[in-house]
Design a protein around this ligand. Sequence first.
Ligand SMILES: CC(C)(CO)C(=O)C(=O)O
Length: 412
Amino acid sequence: MRNGMVEKQQNAAGRRKYTAASEQYARESRVPPRIHVYGVGNVGKLIAHSLRADNHPPPVTLLFHRPRLLNQWNHSDKTITLESDGHRVSRTGFDVDLAIPPRRSHATRLDSHDQEPLDASDQEPIDNLIVTAKAPFTASALDAVKHRLRPESTICLLQNGMGIIDHLNRDVFPDPVTRPNYIQGVVTHGLNSPHPNDPFFAVHAAHGTIALAAMPRGDLKDNPSASVPFAPTSRYLLRTLTASPVLAAVGFPPLEFMLLQLEKLAINAVINPLTVMLDAPNGSILYNFAITRTMRLLLAEISLVIRSLPELRGLPNVQDRFSPERLETLLVSIANKTGQNISSMLADVRAGRKTEARYINGYIVRKGEELGMQLPCNYMMMQLVEGKTNMIQRENLDQVPVAQPDLNAHHT
Ligand SMILES: CC(C)(CO)C(=O)C(=O)O
């Protein structure tokens, strides 16, 4: 009888342990459980879909950056659908809101936020925000919701590249006292959106992981082994994301997380711009000695900068982990595994979109300059990628629709 009771109590405790983070944590710490997701690209769809998978899902608001997307949503069945191993699962229950980025020129906002609010929700505070917009668009995305963020809020940034937080602190949240908290993430899930006319559908092609870290409010350089006392909203977001089995998200201390970011950055700084130059899938950089030589020139610079970073000084294994030889082995294995894929940078260039080159090769160049080094190969790659993007953007602008001659027409 007693044992039965103990067992019941243990079961109840066990069940309590596995309730949703929104139930378990938000309630007890008074963090409002609503999560806003900015950006419904591939990663945004994966995150929003996974958040609504739980038995007690948190309320989720999708923030659209364009009225056209909101319109498409309102005319759809209001679901996000993910296909994985041939099975499609649709999830519902999302709230939606518009957050249109103000225009910026040379890092300055052109139009201020004194326009009429769209509705009352445009003024409601945002406590938990996940941003999946790409690095070059993150500052303007945050400009759109800046007035709703408070020092207690947490922004979780999920995108490729490094140096984004420095950029945000300089241009969007210059006051260290009032700026929100940050979580950063490295996503290795592979997704694609094969139907451009259905922006709320994606294929989860390769199951990966998400590494997450709550960033200390100061500079990591000044406080490298900072054990961060998490803001309640950061703890809530970390708990909610790591509770999702599909996301396979894991939390790391800031310094270990930085090593993971640098490893991904080193790979992206070579595969991405080279595939842009070759206009070919990732596998095209393999088994071609001229390309291998170029790859090695880039890796020599990348390895030198990473191994000289003051933040990493004295850490065990950094010299081996970031040696040019180890990075090359890693790079070749990733290019092999993703051989048929088009890199995200090539996809952006082909579509005439701004790329992340400034946050990938550009980050290496900036860090090198801080250390008194010149890195011409990475600088050149960044310029070439930007040059090619400009070229494609101009081609798209110049495209005048011309009536095609009807080759089947019969002249009598
Ligand atoms: C496939 C890979 C690893 C190539 O760098 C990638 O992450 C990307 O396309 O951005």
